[in-house]
Write a protein that binds this ligand. Structure first.
Ligand code: SPD
Length: 292
């Protein structure tokens, strides 16, 4: 849906809601609908005319109704169209429900564990951002656990999932432990043969060092890992990445035609052609640093 002109900040109760990073502001003209402090973070729900209702955690943009598809289609479909089998899926984080919703569009998924550390994120997303979770919250295949995803991957049996997706926030606060070697090794341990791992891997511009370190570490842990590049307009720099990994070859690079055909017509961003270009769009500086 094309953005529409927002009311000028300062009229009604609309004002600028910004994420600030390294001296730059990424903002929307919006009003705050609800803001609460959980045991982990400040959870804010806003309403903006341009992108609809949205979620921030500790002042950082997570999602918004009219641009969430950039993020959720990108993190889900390369994994779900690339793994050998997609019966059992694990999502760590993803408390707004968007990642689960996209996974459950694949009829071959029979069991999805969603492990979100912050129950308040789920509660406020279900109340205010129902369109993002869509039918996922009432889908009997979805099994929601409010708990620590790091402990979950440490304790789950080996080879118990076909796909593991990490939909966490930036590596600070509760999401810090979702970017280290021990966590990635456990994710690898959980995958069945032919399984695929996916994680959001930050912006190559605004979080350049974290991005490169994440891809590098995943290559060491899995043997194969490749970043895919797209856009999430309200995130820092707007330029974003998701990194996919697998033990037995980069099977996430090409989409199974039957699975792709089942979901592509309902996608706004993802298609097998888009995916091919997005995996190919590795910036030269990243390619050089990864080679070095
Ligand atoms: N800087 C924002 C990183 C956010 C990643 N997770 C977004 C949650 C969407 N389901």
């Amino acid at each position: 849906m094309p953005p529409t002109e927002p009311p000028a900040p300062g009229t009604d109760n609309t004002h600028w809601v910004d994420e600030e990073l390294h001296g730059v502001r990424y903002g929307l003209a919006a009003s705050v609908i609800e803001e609460r402090q959980s045991a982990y973070q400040r959870v804010t729900i806003i309403d903006s005319q341009t992108y609809g209702k949205g979620l921030l955690l500790d002042g950082c943009w997570m999602t918004a109704e009219r641009q969430e598809r950039h993020y959720h289609e990108s993190i889900v479909h390369p994994a779900l169209c690339g793994a050998a089998s997609i019966e059992r899926v694990l999502v760590i984080g993803g408390g707004d429900g968007g990642t689960a919703r996209e996974c459950l569009r694949h009829p071959q998924v029979s069991h999805l564990d969603l492990v979100e550390i912050d129950g308040l994120v789920v509660e406020l997303s279900q109340r205010h951002l129902a369109a993002i979770g869509g039918g996922a919250w009432s889908d009997p295949r979805l099994h929601l656990t409010v708990g620590d995803g790091i402990a979950w991957v440490a304790n789950a049996p080996a080879a118990s999932y076909d796909v593991v997706i990490v939909d966490g926030s930036d590596p600070a606060g509760p999401a810090e432990g979702l970017f280290n070697r021990a966590f990635f090794e456990n994710c690898r341990r959980l995958l069945r043969p032919g399984g695929v791992f996916a994680t959001q891997s930050e912006s190559p511009e605004a979080f350049r060092e974290v991005h490169i370190a994440t891809v590098r570490l995943l290559r060491q842990v899995f043997g194969h890992a490749d970043p895919l590049y797209g856009w999430v307009p309200m995130y820092p720099s707007g330029w974003w990445s998701w990194t996919f990994a697998a033990v037995d070859g980069p099977r996430y690079l090409s989409a199974d035609p039957a699975r792709a055909a089942a979901v592509a017509a309902g996608c706004q961003i993802w298609s097998p052609r888009w995916q091919q270009g997005a995996f190919g769009a590795v910036p030269a500086f990243v390619e050089r640093e990864l080679a070095g």
